[in-house]
Design a protein around this ligand. Structure first.
Ligand code: AMP
Ligand code: MG
Length: 405
């Protein structure tokens, strides 16, 4: 049997980074910058008013006080967005709004609160210092400055800066594009009635959620019955657009194992089916496919829902995040003290659903170990990581917990 670490290495090797690319801002959030970003524009773009008020020459109102206001004729009204270039004549004021361009010749803005708010002429009750309430061009960003560094994660604020600089795209390591295929003739989609022997399909919904949670993109989800032709036609339709195909089900030791049947026969497609020394999630498969001229990686997960999701956590999530250059590809591992005694299968690394109490550092297993008990996983906040060689763990033992929160 292959160790968990060994299979992690094999999967990580085949989930490869896409070349850096310019990506529209709306799709770039959460990705890693592949390059430094140099501002092509200054911010502010032009000298503009920081207040709603009056643009003046400071010396014209140097004598203004609350008791002896200085009155000036208002020669222009400048709302934000006015695009003609204005000049302030000595001895006049321009009414001006926040963000509106300063007229040439003005050296200060008097806030409306320090005036009578006049439209024809204005009484100014305060003498501003030269430069007061003017936002100077380039004081935030001077054109030519490196404003973002390669390796930074694109956040909402990053998007805001890029947009303010007039950029429509950012250079990033693109999202991995993932196709999720569930297999099983017993599977029915929500909304359809269940006939005897059928169950609702849940893995594709769950794995697609896990793919997005890992920061990658789902290009499609599909379900195939245990029928090689049907399975192959889904691959034909979508695989060329995918960097990674994840399948669930059809890889165990029984009959009607559609995924094994699709690739296992001649082995020419290069999918390797292995047993990994873990529970849940022993039957695993990995390979590269050539479909319609495109090479795509495929990871085949077992069908039991808990096995599928735990396998995703252990093998695929860290590899996807690494391929996208994201920090912390691995879930944080927290040492915690076991609050109960447990047994674990010999020779297998066991991942038990767990509730971790971050305040006390204590952990309890949550639900039985069997791999169809989805309910417990849905409310667990950790995976208890019990080493291969351990068969009994007594209460009080320290173990690693993968923090899923
Ligand atoms: P398999 O690996 O195909 O033998 O499936 C193992 C178990 O997982 C069976 O009980 C299946 O019915 C169940 N299973 C497989 N795929 C799914 C799925 N997509 N949604 C829900 N249950 C599934
Ligand atoms: Mg099946």
């Amino acid at each position: 049997m292959r160790s968990v670490e060994e299979h992690q290495r094999v999967v990580a090797e085949l989930i490869r980074a896409r070349p850096a690319a310019m990506v529209p801002l709306a799709e770039a959030q959460g990705l890693v910058l592949a390059d430094d970003v140099v501002a092509q524009l200054s911010l502010p773009v032009f000298d503009n008013s920081a207040m709603d008020g009056y643009a003046v020459r400071a010396e014209d109102v140097a004598a203004a006080t609350a008791d002896h206001p200085v009155s000036l004729p208002v020669a222009e009204d400048i709302p934000a967005g006015r695009t003609d270039e204005l000049t302030l004549q000595p001895g006049t004021a321009h009414r001006i709004m926040t963000g509106a361009p300063m007229p040439a010749g003005a050296t200060a803005v008097v806030p409306v609160e320090a005036t009578d708010g006049g439209v024809e002429s204005v009484a100014i009750r305060e003498a501003p210092a030269s430069g007061k309430h003017i936002r100077l061009a380039g004081e935030d960003v001077a054109a030519g400055t490196t404003v973002l560094r390669k390796g930074q994660i694109v956040t909402p604020a990053t998007l805001g800066l890029a947009a303010a600089l007039g950029m429509a795209e950012l250079p990033v390591l693109p999202r991995q594009r993932v196709l999720v295929i569930s297999t099983g003739s017993e599977l029915v989609s929500a909304g359809d009635p269940l006939r005897p022997g059928q169950i609702y399909e849940s893995n594709s919904v769950m794995l697609a959620g896990a793919v997005r949670d890992a920061g990658a993109a789902v290009i499609a989800t599909a379900t195939a019955g245990d029928d090689v032709e049907q399975f192959s036609s889904i691959l034909d339709r979508y695989a060329a657009d995918a960097d990674l195909i994840i399948t669930s089900g059809g890889v165990s030791a029984g009959a009607y194992e559609v995924v094994k049947d699709a690739f296992g026969r001649a082995g020419e497609q290069g999918v390797e089916f292995v047993k990994v020394a873990m529970q849940p999630g022993m039957p695993q498969g990995i390979g590269r496919l050539q479909i319609n001229g495109a090479a795509t990686t495929i990871v085949t997960l077992p069908g039991n829902p808990v096995s599928a999701l735990v396998s995703f956590e252990v093998f695929i999530r860290p590899a996807l995040r690494t391929a996208m250059g994201l920090p912390d590809p691995h879930r944080p591992r927290r040492p915690a003290v076991l609050a109960e005694s447990l047994t674990s299968p010999r020779g297998k690394r066991q991942f038990r659903r767990a509730i971790l109490d971050a305040d006390t550092g204590s952990v309890t297993s949550y639900g039985p170990p069997a791999s169809h008990h989805l309910r417990w996983l849905a409310s667990a906040n950790g995976l208890l990581d019990i080493p291969e060689d351990v068969v009994e763990v007594s209460a009080g033992t320290q173990l690693d917990v993968w923090d899923l929160t």
